[in-house]
Design a protein around this ligand. Sequence first.
Ligand SMILES: [Zn+2]
Length: 77
Amino acid sequence: MTPEAPARKAPEEEDVPELCAIPNCGGEAIRHLTLTEARRAFPQLSEKGRRAPLCREHYKEWKKSTKEARKLDRLAW
Ligand SMILES: [Zn+2]
């Protein structure tokens, strides 16, 4: 009888760091936005998929620009 080989975990769904959705960034994603949300700040994003992972830097940028957009919205009203 041969000893059982240790079962290897298949890391298919876990532990795979997603990369930032911004072209040419390649940073590790720390937040997930819906694509619609992300495109408010980054209209250059492709419309493929539903989610847009963002790295720390781009998330900060996104927060900043959506905040400004909201302020502008209010002024426009
Ligand atoms: Zn990024």
